[in-house]
Design a protein around this ligand. Structure first.
Ligand code: 5RP
Length: 223
């Protein structure tokens, strides 16, 4: 039996092999955040001359990329990318995702929005029939924390402030359990519309394009 860490390692390696044929010396590659992406960055490092630079979704990933000699380019200087690679906390068969376990959801959504395609890399524990068992992260502006929490409670959720955590943008995270996520895209739009919400961890209005899922039988592709 492979452990979850071994599966993350396998899917990280598979992701490098997946994107490599698309990279040219002018390419910018979007890079997400998390323990799976850390392994992806490590495996990518020996191919750093195959592409120009990365667009990073967090201070954490930026530090790791740069420490391995991969250039990181300011997103404001990038018009588009072919691929954005990131993990997820949950993904369903339609490639809707819950993200933000690492608190980087806002920058992840921004960098993903500049990329034509989103490659989601997960171990099989993240593949679910329906999103919602993992508490939904919502980034909020600090002064709006209680106002947003009341609105999330009105939707049936139980928001809990992530203790001692401040995002790269100076925001707070409310982790919301108990939501019934029947229509992920509709719920994403509804939460994003609450004044004070910076970003909701549902990635359903723009789901992944492709998922690589590492399991005991190998890495499979979900399109
Ligand atoms: C960070 C994220 C991560 O992609 C998600 O939490 C999965 O992380 P990991 O690869 O460590 O399991 O959304 O904000």
């Amino acid at each position: 039996m492979y452990t979850q860490s071994e599966l993350k390692q396998q899917v990280a390696q598979a992701a490098v092999e997946y994107v490599l044929p698309f990279l040219t010396p002018d390419s910018i590659l979007g890079v997400g955040t998390g323990s799976t992406v850390d392994l992806f960055i490590d495996a990518l490092a020996i191919h750093k001359h195959a592409f120009k630079a990365a667009a990073s979704s967090s201070e954490r990933s930026t530090a790791r990329l740069q420490s391995l000699g991969i250039a990181v380019q300011d997103l404001n200087t990038i018009e588009r990318m072919d691929w954005y690679v990131d993990g997820a906390d949950e993904i369903d068969a339609a490639l809707n995702m819950t993200k933000g376990g690492g608190g980087a959801l806002t920058r992840e959504k921004i960098v993903a929005s500049v990329s034509d395609k989103f490659l989601c890399i997960v171990d099989e524990s993240k593949l679910v029939e329906r999103l919602g068992a993992f508490p939904l992260p919502v980034e909020v502006i600090p002064m709006a924390k209680n106002a947003v929490a009341r609105q999330l409670r009105a939707l049936g959720g139980t928001p809990v402030e992530r203790a001692g955590f401040v995002t790269d943008n100076g925001g707070l995270i409310l982790d919301v359990s108990g939501l019934s996520i029947e229509d992920p895209a509709a719920l994403e739009a509804r939460i994003n519309n609450m004044p004070g919400v910076v970003c909701c961890g549902l990635f359903a209005i723009a789901p992944a394009s492709v998922a690589l899922i590492a399991g005991q039988q190998g890495v499979r592709t979900l399109l």
